[in-house]
Write a protein that binds this ligand. Structure first.
Ligand code: TRP
Ligand code: SF4
Length: 400
């Protein structure tokens, strides 16, 4: 009923590195060619953990946008914006908070994990507890169908689905909905009407998802329906409610994970990262000095790629013949580690070359980025305002 749309965000809490690129950005870049995408800087989310020192947020916001553009996010295909420039997110967050049980928020695994991991910060705040609910507002406000995220975020998407379902259930009641829906069924014409009723029963009584899908496809094709009737029929399929908010799906990043130089998760705070736009010499130096299989003390000692972080880089960057060369050469001490690292160095430099090129124009003229974001803010805001109109009306706040 609502158009397919992709929404995702990132927190501006530091500069971007190749781990972000392989873990998330590459997925965004792929999706922007498939569906309409909205990508935003989650500055309010950054504040939930950095409220005591927000300077990094301002700096990282613009740097991150340049990184996205450098990596290949195309502003003519994707909408780029800043969360706090679309204040409707905050309004939806507030309205959703009214009916969100505290237990849902406390149960989200990232909540306790983060409080433990960031023990040096006081995260016993109202804002931090609400983190996943603000995230729900970010997505639901665009009625997004898909959200590209990493694995750790999947419980957040699950929670948004529950929030949307509950919202539709509580506020999607329309006076005389049943009757109006049945009127709309008649407008399908007798053959389609019969099929619609059969599929609806199949789904509601036997939980057949394919019946639901088939019915939705039929509604998409039914030319004779008005927008409002179509919306009612979509809602009527799943219950007797209007669908005001859409339940989004998570789209997991499938691309291979790139660890840090020491084999742990790549993170600036571990000092094991390669920045997205790191210069060549520094890339070369970092890879040359990165640790290898500790058993290879001398050049003549055989090694095992399974115990070497360089191998994980080959898994991301090298083709099969190169990998075969590594495995054979490492296990037989036929190649040295510096030799083994060279193809990785070359591949990273090659990957980064177009990024440096694309970034240059934005570094030369920062107003370009400001303009792209100003446009994106406007586009996002219009969409958000449409949803908020329906949300306010559904919650009985549309007094005039
Ligand atoms: N919580 C996300 C992260 O840490 C960032 C984020 C904020 C986000 N709002 C979002 C991601 C909405 C997807 C959709 O990665
Ligand atoms: Fe690692 Fe390559 Fe050295 Fe083997 S040869 S230990 S895979 S760097």
């Amino acid at each position: 009923m609502y158009p397919d749309r992709v929404v995702s965000g990132m927190r501006p809490t530091g500069s971007m590195h190749l781990g972000h690129y392989h873990g998330a950005l590459r997925n965004w870049i792929k999706m922007q060619t498939e569906l309409p995408c909205l990508f935003f800087v989650a500055d309010w989310h950054a504040l939930t953990t950095h409220y005591d020192d927000p300077t990094i947020i301002e700096r990282s916001t613009w740097e991150m946008l340049v990184d996205w553009l450098a990596a290949g996010i195309d502003p003519s295909q994707s909408t780029l914006f800043i969360q706090s420039r679309v204040p409707e997110h905050a309004e939806l967050h507030l309205l959703l908070s009214m009916a969100t049980p505290l237990g849902w928020l406390e149960r989200v695994p990232t909540y306790k994990d983060q409080i433990e991991n960031l023990a040096n910060k006081d995260l016993a705040t109202y804002g931090f507890l609400g983190y996943p609910l603000l995230q729900a507002a970010d997505v639901l406000i665009y009625r997004a169908s898909q959200v590209p995220v990493g694995e750790d975020q999947v419980p957040h998407i699950e929670m948004m689905r529950e929030i949307a379902r509950r919202f539709n259930y509580m506020y999607g009641k329309e006076k005389g909905f049943e009757e109006k829906a049945q009127e709309a069924v008649k407008k399908l014409g007798s053959k389609r009407a019969k099929l619609y009723n059969e599929l609806r029963t199949e789904y509601q009584q036997h939980g057949k998802d394919d019946a639901l899908e088939q019915a939705k496809a039929m509604l998409d094709d039914a030319q004779s329906l008005s927008m409002i009737d179509r919306e009612r029929l979509f809602g009527y399929l799943e219950g007797s409610r209007k669908l005001i908010l859409v339940e989004p799906q998570s789209r997991l990043t499938t691309s291979s994970r790139l660890p840090g130089l020491d084999g742990r998760k790549m993170s600036k705070s571990y000092g094991n990262a390669i920045a997205l736009r790191e210069d060549k010499d520094s890339v070369t130096k970092k890879i040359r000095t990165m640790p290898t299989d500790p058993a290879r003390i001398r050049r003549s000692d055989a090694g095992d790629p399974a115990k070497c972080p360089v191998w994980q880089f080959h898994e991301v960057y090298s083709d099969q013949p190169t990998r075969d060369w590594v495995v054979k050469g490492c296990k037989s001490a036929g190649i040295g580690c510096i030799e083994c690292k060279q193809p990785v160095i070359d591949a990273i430099i090659k990957e980064q070359e177009p990024m440096h090129e694309r970034a240059q124009q934005y570094l030369d003229d920062p107003s370009l980025v400001r303009a792209i974001v100003a446009d994106g803010n406007d586009v996002a805001r219009k969409l958000a305002q449409e949803t908020m109109r329906d949300v306010r009306e559904a919650m009985g706040l549309a007094y005039s």
